[in-house]
Design a protein around this ligand. Structure first.
Ligand code: SAM
Length: 470
């Protein structure tokens, strides 16, 4: 049967590693896997709080650690060969532009995967073979599962540490890219965890953060409460019975849409992570911006931004559009979250708060004609059953809201067809007369998650991209 999980499409895997202390090799790994500061003692969190709150924080950290020893997430996989094939040159190029638009030609970033679970760090090492990837996690079982993937795929560019996010400074270095997805909302003190990550984010580096969002997870929290009241534990029998019970859930239950649509609910690891977790919290947009600011981070963009923008989809047609558009961006996003009502997570790119403003993608400066548009994977061009006046409709299949499609007319389609990942917007537009059409179009393509940009024109000579293009 299909079950639901706490967070959308995240990578899968599990096992058990030796926890013999610093620099101990993990059994089965070809190259030694160093364990720095293996923690059997509680992760001390709490900011100089009283003894009671410290004890509570320690209790939560211990419960979360124990949970992931028993239920490593995601469900283990033995092999990532298909994943490697999936991450071809154009996909890597678009990913590089999304996170590092200033220098997307680089493929040798230092990457930290914080709370890497069973496979995420191995995936990063596979898709970025020239990068130095470090995976950390408190769960020995998860580190061991990742070590098996490292061994299986000969990932010499991956090192693993059984280490908490809160203690990441013990690695003694900084990272140009940090991924922390599905982790922070499980920490006893997420502020402290994020601050620790900020402290190891290199100047100019990018952080990919994913945390739960509250409104779309209402049904998840109802079922968590239900399970607590019934004393449902995490034994296999309990999980199987829970899966069977969910099959009887009334169609109108707030969890029902997630049961139908979220892939994670199909396995035990995902089900336990969603409904039987000892500690999770969710962040509304305002809470998330406060979390970032407290940690000394600055929001750059949503991973997929169209759903948050009043310029896109049904919000553009709303009688409240003008009111929303007048608000500061953070307020616009907050209103969009409330109006859309069913967001289950927020996934974003952030930088240190000293990141230069000039390095950000914007259509409000003179730089935009020099941007090189790069199409995002997963986007499609529909040319049948078009609305009147449209030459095509552009869709990003990763969008979960069906109103997020972009019709373009024949003139816009001619410009769109000139995107080749090497030309600047100015070169695509050609004549000055086409500049304002181009500006509007490329801003829309950006808003609707159709393109990302290399903001350094030099980046257009990206070798890998050229090699892999058909
Ligand atoms: C839901 S899983 C997400 C795994 C991975 N990031 C992904 O997206 O597939 C959460 C992971 O965070 C780890 N974790 C929980 N608390 C942690 C902490 N304080 N420091 C490091 N890892 C932690 C868990 O062991 C688990 O592997």
């Amino acid at each position: 049967m299909e079950l639901v999980a706490g967070h959308g499409a995240l990578p899968p895997a599990s096992g058990s590693a030796s926890a013999t202390g610093a620099h101990a090799p993990v059994e089965g790994a070809r190259a030694p896997v160093r364990h720095v500061a293996v923690q059997h003692e509680p992760t001390h969190v709490g900011s100089a709080g009283d003894d009671a709150s410290q004890a509570e924080a320690d209790r939560i950290a211990q419960a979360v650690g124990a949970f992931y020893e028993r239920h490593p997430y995601p469900a283990p996989v033995d092999d990532l060969e298909r994943y490697r094939e999936f991450w071809d040159g154009p996909r890597r190029r678009a990913d590089a532009c999304l996170f590092h638009p200033v220098d997307p030609q680089r493929e040798d970033h230092s990457i930290l995967v914080a709370g890497c679970g069973t496979s995420q760090a191995a995936k990063y090492a596979l898709r970025w073979p020239r990068a130095q990837v470090t995976g950390i996690d408190v769960s020995q079982a998860s580190i061991a599962a990742t070590a098996r993937l490292k061994n299986r795929h000969g990932l010499d560019n991956l090192e693993l540490h059984q280490l908490s996010v809160e203690r990441v400074a013990e690695l003694g270095r900084t990272f140009e890219h940090i991924a922390c997805t599905g982790v922070l909302h499980h920490l006893p003190d997420p502020d402290r965890g994020l601050r620790a990550l900020r402290d190891v984010l290199a100047p100019g580096g990018a952080l990919h953060l994913m945390v739960y969002a509250p409104h779309g997870r209402h049904g998840v929290y109802m079922l968590q409460d239900y399970c607590r009241r019934l004393g449902i534990g995490t034994t296999r029998d309990d999980i199987r019975e829970l899966a069977a019970a969910l099959g009887l859930l009334p169609a109108g239950h707030p969890l029902a849409p997630l049961l139908r649509s979220v892939r994670d609910f199909q396995d035990e690891a995902g089900l336990a992570d969603a409904l039987l977790h000892p500690n999770d919290r969710a962040y509304s947009v305002p809470e998330l911006f406060e979390l970032l600011a407290t940690a000394g981070l600055a929001f750059a963009r949503w991973l997929r931004q169209a759903a948050y923008l009043p310029r896109c989809g049904l919000l553009a047609a709303s009688p409240h559009h003008a009111r929303m558009a007048e608000l500061p961006p953070e307020e616009q996003y907050a209103a969009a979250e409330l109006f859309r009502g069913s967001m289950v997570e927020h996934s974003l790119v952030a930088h240190r708060d000293d990141y230069p403003r000039a390095a950000r993608v914007t259509f409000d400066s003179e730089a935009w004609p020099t941007y090189v548009p790069v199409r995002l994977p997963g986007t499609i061009v529909v040319q049948e059953r078009l609305p009147e006046g449209a030459a095509a409709v552009l869709i990003n299949r990763a969008h979960t809201f069906t109103d997020l499609y972009l019709p373009i007319d024949a003139e816009q389609k001619a410009l769109f067809d000139r995107i080749d990942g090497t030309r600047t917007i100015a070169a695509i537009a050609g004549s000055d007369a086409s500049r304002s059409t181009a500006r509007n179009l490329f801003q829309q393509l950006w808003d609707y998650d159709q393109v990302v940009f290399a903001t350094d024109a030099q980046a257009s000579s990206h070798d890998t991209y050229r090699r892999d293009r058909p």
